[in-house]
Design a protein around this ligand. Sequence first.
Ligand SMILES: [Zn+2]
Length: 94
Amino acid sequence: MAEQVKCARCGERREGLGYAPFPNEVGRRVGAEICGQCWKEWLQRQNMIINHYGLDLMNEDAQTFLFDNMKAFFFGGEAPTAQIDTSKEGTVKW
Ligand SMILES: [Zn+2]
């Protein structure tokens, strides 16, 4: 069973992920500081972003864009708007 974390996003003390979802510093932070509930919310948001912008995840720019959005989602700060295809921007509230 995963340890409880004080979630950096929602501020609640809940069960965390218990693992780093990415093999880097941000992944480690998500694993240690984000609750399972917020992680699920992000997965839904991620799908919305992918569909909204029509991201091709084989594309490195698309991966970076999604990753930057994830950092903003969990840890605050400016969510990047599409550098990828700005013509599709505008209907999603971050
Ligand atoms: Zn949370």
